[in-house]
Design a protein around this ligand. Structure first.
Ligand SMILES: NC(=O)c1ccc[n+]([C@@H]2O[C@H](COP(=O)([O-])OP(=O)(O)OC[C@H]3O[C@@H](n4cnc5c(N)ncnc54)[C@H](OP(=O)(O)O)[C@@H]3O)[C@@H](O)[C@H]2O)c1
Length: 185
């Protein structure tokens, strides 16, 4: 049986955006303190999960076991270009089956986007790590979840049964903070 902790990771602007209107994460959302936090969290995770257009672009990326969502496969397939990656179409296989195919049965799965992928796991997060850069605005950008900016990421996380707990400053230059949104028991 597969028993995984599910954790989400994102950095958003003050208006809840994770990328610009061209679906590209701008330099203005990249902060050394946040990148260190994200890198350490992914090193500690057993599995990284993301859509075909997301990636973490870190030195240890090639070593990480990952599941990549795509409609280019019917259900599950090994990625042709990465021996550590499994391609997954949720229309054809359950997440647990994807984890089995990736060879991961326990530990922590880090969900790293984009918006549709973040939304799919909303009912399942144990913790969602929400990094925020309150000085950055990306009008017309790509929201962290579908429905942003009409609803804030906070509204969406609360509606999914998560509540903000501890908060740390990751980068005084931003400033950037990260808040652990945990499932209320
Ligand atoms: N600020 C942050 O922390 C952060 C976090 C994550 C992402 N981002 C940025 O967001 C941008 C990418 O976001 P995005 O939404 O365009 O891309 P994405 O979610 O990474 O990838 C979208 C692709 O994933 C696949 N996919 C998504 N949902 C699926 C589903 N339910 N079933 C099957 N396949 C599915 C599809 O691939 P196919 O087309 O192959 O079918 C889809 O085209 C990038 O610029 C990235 O850097 C920023």
């Amino acid at each position: 049986m597969t028993v995984l902790r599910i954790e989400g990771f994102v950095i958003v602007s003050a208006d809840g955006m994770l990328a610009n209107a061209d679906r590209v994460m701008p330099q203005t959302l990249k902060f050394a303190g946040d990148q260190r936090f994200f890198d350490a969290a992914l090193d500690a995770a057993d599995l990284v999960v993301h859509g075909r257009d997301s990636y973490e672009d870190q030195p240890n990326s090639p070593r990480r076991t990952r599941i990549v969502l795509t409609r280019s496969v019917a259900a599950l397939a090994p990625a042709p270009d990465n021996p550590k990656a499994t391609l997954w179409n949720p229309a054809g296989a359950r997440f647990e089956e994807a984890c089995e195919a990736a060879g991961v049965r326990a530990g922590t799965a880090a969900i790293i986007g984009g918006p549709a992928v973040f939304a799919m796991f909303l009912p399942r997060y144990d913790t969602f790590w929400l990094s925020e850069a309150p000085q950055v605005r990306i009008p017309g950008g790509l929201g962290a979840f579908p429905g942003v900016p009409e609803r804030t990421p906070h509204d969406i996380l609360r509606a999914a049964g998560l509540a903000p707990t501890d908060r740390q400053v990751l980068d005084v230059d931003g400033p950037v903070t990260v808040t652990a949104w945990r499932r209320e028991s």
